[in-house]
Design a protein around this ligand. Structure first.
Ligand code: 3PY
Length: 255
């Protein structure tokens, strides 16, 4: 089953994380996600999720550890990753995002091999812990100029070479529409390599019913692949947060 998960970071400005989760829950959503693990009341979040059954779809490895290519000392990276696993266990998240960091000007091959080396190094720990590490491909045209991993072809190639059931791609539909389009076919052809989805309207990164993508068809196509994971809403509302989440929910659930 595909479960919708709301990224609370761009929503409900001024509220605490716990208040944001409560508001999202009240609006009928049963899963949330967030970015950096650091600076959060993880115990408070864990207690609330346990009490209410809310799930955590995904979160990002703490800065600077989230940028996997930057770490050349694999042993230190491994040690940090193993500490992060404890935090993921506390909040009950089975998925974590890693990013690549910026393109440093070395050859694609050198940078790619560093990423593969670090992902291979953490893969057995992730497998043992039942965690899926999701390597995120971002757009380098609008939001992340200079980011290294801006091609899904390269992202899927890295995941194939790492060859672990615990290391997959985070396929962000918003970013990939900006970079390359061909969304539904790419998803269908690579679904086994995708561990999580992010989504937002293109252009603007707003509600899903605005812009050039037909998210109802995309969502249906994902369901038809048999994908059994989260579909993250990571967007900046144009309406009030409540109204926006209500309308996006209606849109996806065809209410
Ligand atoms: O930083 C971004 O733009 C992301 O999509 C993070 O998930």
């Amino acid at each position: 089953m595909v479960e919708i998960s709301v990224c609370f970071e761009p929503l409900f400005n001024g509220k605490t994380d716990l208040e944001k989760i409560q508001s999202i829950h009240r609006l009928g959503y049963n899963a949330v996600e967030f970015w950096d693990l650091s600076g959060k009341d993880l115990k408070g979040i864990a207690d609330y999720c346990q009490k209410t059954g809310i799930k955590i779809g995904i979160c990002t490895l703490q800065d600077p550890w989230g940028n996997i290519r930057l770490h050349t000392d694999t042993n230190i990276y491994l040690q940090h990753f193993s500490e992060s696993l404890e935090l993921l266990k506390l909040i009950g998240s089975k998925r974590v995002i890693v990013l690549t960091g910026e393109n440093d000007g070395q050859s694609i091959e050198i940078q790619k091999n560093q990423i593969i080396k670090n992902l291979k190094a953490i893969s057995s720990l992730a497998e043992k812990a039942g965690i899926v590490v999701c390597l995120e491909v971002l757009n380098s045209k609008v939001d992340h100029k200079g980011y290294f991993l801006d091609s899904s072809v390269l992202g899927f190639d890295i995941i194939r070479q790492v060859n672990s059931p615990s290391i997959k791609v985070l396929y962000d539909i918003y970013h990939m529409q900006i970079m390359e389009g061909n969304i539904i076919s790419t998803i269908q052809e690579n679904i086994e390599l995708i561990g999580h989805f992010h989504s937002a309207g293109v252009p603007g990164r707003h509600e899903h019913f605005y812009g050039e993508l037909d998210y109802r068809n995309i969502f249906l196509a994902i369901q038809e692949t048999g994908y059994d994971g989260f579909f993250g809403l990571e967007y900046w509302p144009t309406l009030s947060d409540e109204k926006s989440l209500e309308k996006v929910r209606e849109y996806f659930l065809d209410e």
